[in-house]
Design a protein around this ligand. Structure first.
Ligand SMILES: Nc1ncnc2c1ncn2[C@@H]1O[C@H](COP(=O)(O)OP(=O)(O)OP(=O)(O)O)[C@@H](O)[C@H]1O
Ligand SMILES: [Mg+2]
Length: 466
């Protein structure tokens, strides 16, 4: 669906085109002269402009230049009832995307042209979708975790994703806030629409405002053309406001108003456009404290925090560490093409004992670094960062834990292994993974594990998994 401006001094043409394109589902505005068209171009952003060439107060070519300066990315189609070689040349030279003669198949020609533009817009849209899909397929968006805390979070995501309610994600740095935000989007009916991220802490206030809401040419020094804001770019999809806790109080007031009214007005414009955007916000700050200190508005907090999700730090879910470490090992050994098969039992033990102030991101970096440094076929204590290996002195003896191998070959640690426990851990992990893969549908999870639903129930019960 495109936003179209039709400019013509002939009422019948305006009506014809307006009806035609509305019927096809586009949003259409009409201007009957050059002045009116310029006002609309200054206050709204159009995907396509269809303009007559000869009008009493302006020519279509003037309007084209005016439009190209304001919104270079708009498509401009010129139409004329009096085709001459000169106007055709002028149209092409000034950068018209199409030049169409008003004859019996004007409507068909324009319809085709608009469809092509629409297709281009759709492809652009799809490119965003494909990029996200690629992230998903390369495993960058796979959320890993089997600890009860993470499972509760996955359940929450499944429950809230289908609705459009706002979500506020809190948690220390590197706990996976952005990953969860993406998961909410991917599991929602908006998944094929844009997911747009902005780091609110990375922009000075005025820039943040123009990024979010867009601006019209001349709204401030340096505003050389009309620009769509991220709220508009995310229309139909999700806008992820990262580091919301760093937003200035004035900006918070403006954001509050937009959330309250569902409308956005670009800087320098007097037109508000309605938007349909799901907002997900995240912060690593304690917003309760920020509110008490007068740094965060309580009213905005309640608007954003319809569904609060709090991500636990990694040190509060240590059972996820081996699983995460293994997944990262898998990713990096593939991308670095290194024949590393696993992580030594002692190294795993140290990884589990460390406190991870940088949470999952720090673990990810640690594994990446270890894969790069390791020359053997197992990640050994020697390549772990000193801050991790240092704990060896404190925790002492390493019990016989099973080595985690990436390709399935068994590694028996020097001190032997508690095989029964190891098998149980493995069974449990597969049951959980299958359930996650099947969205909690037990019968499908059983199929995935090639077992009867009855056995599946037996194992779920044995390990207390719902
Ligand atoms: N549960 C998880 N499974 C797999 N990877 C994860 C998980 N949690 C986090 N990661 C990875 O850790 C890194 C940090 O995650 P993310 O950027 O989502 O954290 P964040 O909470 O937004 O951090 P910050 O507050 O610093 O912005 C990313 O590379 C992400 O892919
Ligand atoms: Mg983040």
């Amino acid at each position: 669906m495109a936003h179209i401006l039709v400019v013509d001094d002939e009422q019948s043409i305006c009506e014809l085109l307006e009806i035609t394109f509305r019927k096809e589902g586009h949003r259409v505005e009409v201007a009957r002269n050059g002045e009116a068209a310029k006002r609309l171009l200054q206050s709204q952003i159009f995907d396509i402009v269809i303009s007559d060439i000869r009008m009493p107060d302006a020519t279509g070519v003037d309007l084209l230049q005016f439009c190209k300066e304001l919104s270079p990315s708009s498509y401009f189609l010129l139409i004329t009832g009096v085709p001459t070689v000169e106007t055709a040349i002028a149209a092409i030279n000034s950068g018209a995307d199409r030049y169409v003669i008003k004859d019996h198949d004007l409507v068909d020609q324009l319809r085709r042209a608009v469809r092509q533009v629409d297709e281009t817009l759709r492809l652009k849209h799809e490119a965003g979708y494909l990029r996200r899909e690629l992230r998903r397929l390369t495993g960058q968006d796979n959320i890993i975790g089997h600890s009860p805390k993470m499972r509760a979070i996955f359940e929450m995501v499944q429950t809230v994703a289908p609705q459009s309610s706002r979500v506020l994600i809190t948690g220390e740095t590197g706990t996976g806030k952005e990953l969860i935000a993406r998961a909410v989007h991917e599991n929602s009916p908006r998944a094929n629409q844009p997911f747009i991220t902005i780091n609110c802490g990375a922009f000075p206030e005025t820039l943040l405002e123009s990024e979010l809401f867009g601006y019209m040419k001349g709204a401030f020094t340096g505003a050389n053309e009309n620009r769509e804001g991220l709220f508009n770019a995310a229309n139909g999809g999700t806008l992820f406001l990262d580091e919301i806790g760093n937003m200035s109080l004035q900006m918070q007031v403006k954001l509050f108003r937009v959330l309250q009214e569902g409308k956005v007005r670009p800087l320098g414009s007097n037109e508000e456009t309605e938007i349909d955007v799901r907002v997900i916000a995240a912060t690593n700050k304690d917003l309760d404290k920020a509110i008490a200190a007068g740094e965060f508005r309580e009213d905005l907090y309640y608007r954003l925090s319809v569904i609060p999700i709090q991500l636990p730090p990694l040190r509060e879910r240590r059972d996820d560490i081996p699983l995460l470490a293994r997944a990262f090992l898998e990713r990096f050994r593939t991308s670095m093409e290194k024949p590393i098969e696993g992580i030594s039992p002692e190294a795993i033990h140290l990884l589990e004992a460390y406190d991870w102030p940088g949470n999952v991101r720090e673990l990810e970096n640690t594994i990446e670094r270890s894969v790069a440094l390791e020359t053997g076929n197992m990640i050994s204590v020697a390549v772990l960062p000193e801050k991790v290996s240092r704990q060896r002195k404190e925790i002492g003896e390493v019990p016989g834990v099973a080595a985690i191998t990436a390709n399935g070959t068994a590694q028996i640690p020097e001190g032997g292994i508690d095989l029964v426990k190891h098998m149980q851990d493995t069974e449990r992990a597969y049951i959980v993974a299958a359930l996650e893969a099947c969205g909690g549908v037990g019968t499908r999870a059983a199929e995935l594990l090639r077992m009867s639903y009855r056995s599946f129930r037996h194992y779920s019960k044995k390990y207390n998994i719902n």
